[in-house]
Design a protein around this ligand. Structure first.
Ligand code: CUA
Length: 329
């Protein structure tokens, strides 16, 4: 693909793109730095004082020169800006067909759940050539999920969902680091990404992971979420006739009209807020009756509830079901 073959790791779709911008900026610094360095030497030699009473000729501005040295750096910085912005938007917009993994940071480990339900700690097994979307949050303090070989890094923020995506392009094992100081064992909050051929990955999903066999519940998050929905009695108000609380089928990913007259899109963050702080955004036509679930659900359980609510939206639900069939087949 016209990439340097001596370049060490081109492990993801973003690796070369990020590097190219980085090298471009590096080269600009080099060219200008060198230019200044050489000019200093040349001028020092050329304008060296030749006698004690020598008085230099005074120069009063030079408009064309000033315009030149204003326009050129402006142009260069706009190129850097545009290039960076395009790449930024690309990196923050996961494709629709991406597999959604959830990542929860916790002092001091990374908990990962695959869309099929399999869980891992400090490891992330993924298939090659498949866009992977990570939806992450934190159970305690700020962490940051960094895969240097993929050139992707995203903060895991308590009380909020952030996303990051990539497509691995080379099989192998790569480091995961936490890059936000998060307490005593921050430096040991590390792990590895294992990139496998799709067939191998399917095999791995089937065989289970001996190392974390003790991690309970390898069920799909939406299945556990459906159970929680019963256990936590969400069902009382949200699944009867929609008098006490809004019905949740077909809500996720769509517009919701609020009491305040505002319209918002029901995304992960909105659903999470509605569970933890139900009176923050009341749906039009309903009373603020719902109690808060703050402190009663773990981050994992909230993610599972959201997965269930997501699966109630028709298209998403189909996609999830199809996905499961694919992986069982
Ligand atoms: Cu988690 Cu640093």
């Amino acid at each position: 693909m016209g990439k340097f073959s001596f370049w060490p790791e081109l492990a993801s779709n973003f690796a070369w793109e990020v590097d190219a911008l980085y090298i471009f900026i590096g080269l600009i610094c080099l060219v200008f730095g060198l230019g200044v360095f050489l000019a200093v030497i040349a001028f020092a030699l050329k304008y060296k004082r030749k006698s004690d009473d020598e008085i230099p000729e005074q120069i009063e501005g030079n408009l064309p020169l000033e315009i030149f040295w204003s326009i050129v750096p402006l142009g260069i910085s706009l190129v850097i800006f545009a290039w960076g912005a395009v790449l930024f938007f690309k990196m923050s917009t996961p494709p629709a067909e991406a597999l959604n993994f959830s990542v929860v940071g916790k002092q001091w480990m990374w908990k990962v759940q695959h869309p099929e339900g399999k869980r891992e700690i400090n490891e992330l097994h993924i298939p090659i050539g498949q866009p992977i979307k990570l939806t992450m949050t934190s159970e305690d303090v700020l962490h940051s999920f960094y895969i240097p070989a993929f050139r992707t890094k995203m903060d895991a923020v308590p009380g909020r969902y952030t996303t990051s995506w990539f497509e691995a392009t080379k099989a192998g094992e790569y480091h995961i680091f936490c890059t936000e100081y998060c307490g005593l064992e921050h430096s040991r909050m590390i792990g590895k990404v294992v990139v496998m051929e799709p067939a191998q990955y399917a095999q791995w999903l089937k065989n289970g992971n001996v190392a974390v066999a003790s991690v309970a519940g390898d069920e799909p998050p939406e299945v556990v979420g459906a159970r929680l929905f019963e256990e936590q009695r969400c069902v009382t108000c949200h699944q009867t006739n929609g008098v006490l609380g809004p019905m949740l089928a077909g809500v996720f990913g769509h517009n919701v009209k609020l009491q305040s007259g505002e319209t918002i899109v029901a995304d992960e963050t909105y659903v999470r807020e509605s569970i933890m702080n139900p009176t923050a955004k009341i749906v039009a036509g309903f009373q603020p009756l719902m109690p808060t679930y703050q402190g009663q659900l773990s981050e994992d359980q909230i993610i599972q509830l959201i997965a269930y609510i997501k699966s109630l939206s028709k298209n998403d639900g189909q996609a999830q079901a199809e996905h499961r069939v694919e992986n069982e087949g």
